[in-house]
Design a protein around this ligand. Structure first.
Ligand SMILES: Nc1ncnc2c1ncn2[C@@H]1O[C@H](COP(=O)(O)OP(=O)(O)OP(=O)(O)O)[C@@H](O)[C@H]1O
Ligand SMILES: [Mg+2]
Length: 249
């Protein structure tokens, strides 16, 4: 049998976000194909979080545009309803619940999501992917290191059992070694069959794992293309992302 035509799990068309007089997102359109890791790159204030939060129904601001998740329109729905339809957000800053243990954080996430009877299997998968979370399952989330908290944030998303995951700057505040680990973890999450839209200021890190990339500047997509092509285009990297090409030290 021939391969089925590729499916876009998430389509965003002409998204605008305004906070009063501040226009944060000015007509962003993007697509995320099933099973892909798509990265949105951009500097501070480019509109990355506004874009993700608007897609996730997480923003109380003036929003317009079309968002299609798994073939159905979701623009205007509340975050909880969008989670039930199969999309979940790992927010900037991780937002784990500090006084609750690792395991309580995971179980609570599962409760709000679509895990149902699959919860024990999903919990085992999380501990399999991040053994350190299993070792620390009775530790309050607030006592984990930044990297461990990011693992916990990913674990919470796996417990929600979505098809599409939005991730807001998972590398933020982590050591280079931990950034590498977190990026490899995103690949593993992708290999579970999930579709990922990743927002990053750390373009180098995101370009290592992304299939396709959008570059955002002042609320607009100024460049897009296969990650492999952008990796080799140092002009773009320097102009929009503040990256220098890799010169040997
Ligand atoms: N609640 C808000 N009220 C007013 N302006 C806001 C609000 N949130 C964001 N902005 C403005 O909207 C623009 C885009 O912000 P946003 O947080 O989406 O950018 P970002 O790309 O995620 O930046 P960062 O990399 O720093 O997280 C910025 O000019 C910011 O100051
Ligand atoms: Mg942000």
């Amino acid at each position: 049998m021939a391969d089925a035509a590729p499916v876009d799990d998430l389509v965003v068309e002409d998204l605008h976000v305004r906070y009063g007089k501040v226009a944060a997102v000015n007509g962003v359109s993007l697509k995320v194909r099933r099973g892909a890791v798509v990265a949105v790159l951009g500097a501070n204030g480019a509109g990355k979080s506004s874009t993700l939060n608007a897609i996730a129904g997480n923003l109380r601001a003036s929003i317009s545009g079309r968002v299609t998740l798994l073939g159905g329109a979701v623009a205007g729905l509340r975050a909880h309803a969008i989670v039930q339809k199969g999309m979940a957000l790992v927010p900037e800053g991780r937002e784990i619940i500090a006084p609750l243990t690792v395991e309580e954080n995971l179980l609570l996430a599962g409760y709000g999501g679509r895990a149902g009877s699959e919860e024990p299997r999903l919990l085992a998968d999380v501990y399999d992917m991040f053994p350190i979370l299993s070792e620390r399952r009775h530790t309050p989330g607030g006592m984990l290191s930044g990297g461990e908290q990011q693992m916990l944030a990913f674990g919470r998303i796996i417990m929600v059992n979505p098809q599409v995951v939005l991730m807001d700057e998972p590398s933020m505040g982590l050591s280079p070694r931990m950034v590498d680990f977190i990026m490899r973890s995103i690949r593993k999450i992708s290999q579970r069959g999930l579709t990922i839209l990743l927002v990053e200021q750390n373009a180098n890190a995101a370009l290592q794992i992304a299939d396709y990339v959008y570059v955002l500047d002042r609320g607009r997509v100024v460049q897009e293309g296969a990650a492999a092509d952008l990796r080799s285009d140092t002009g773009i990297a320097e102009t929009f992302l503040g990256l220098k090409s890799h010169a040997p030290a």
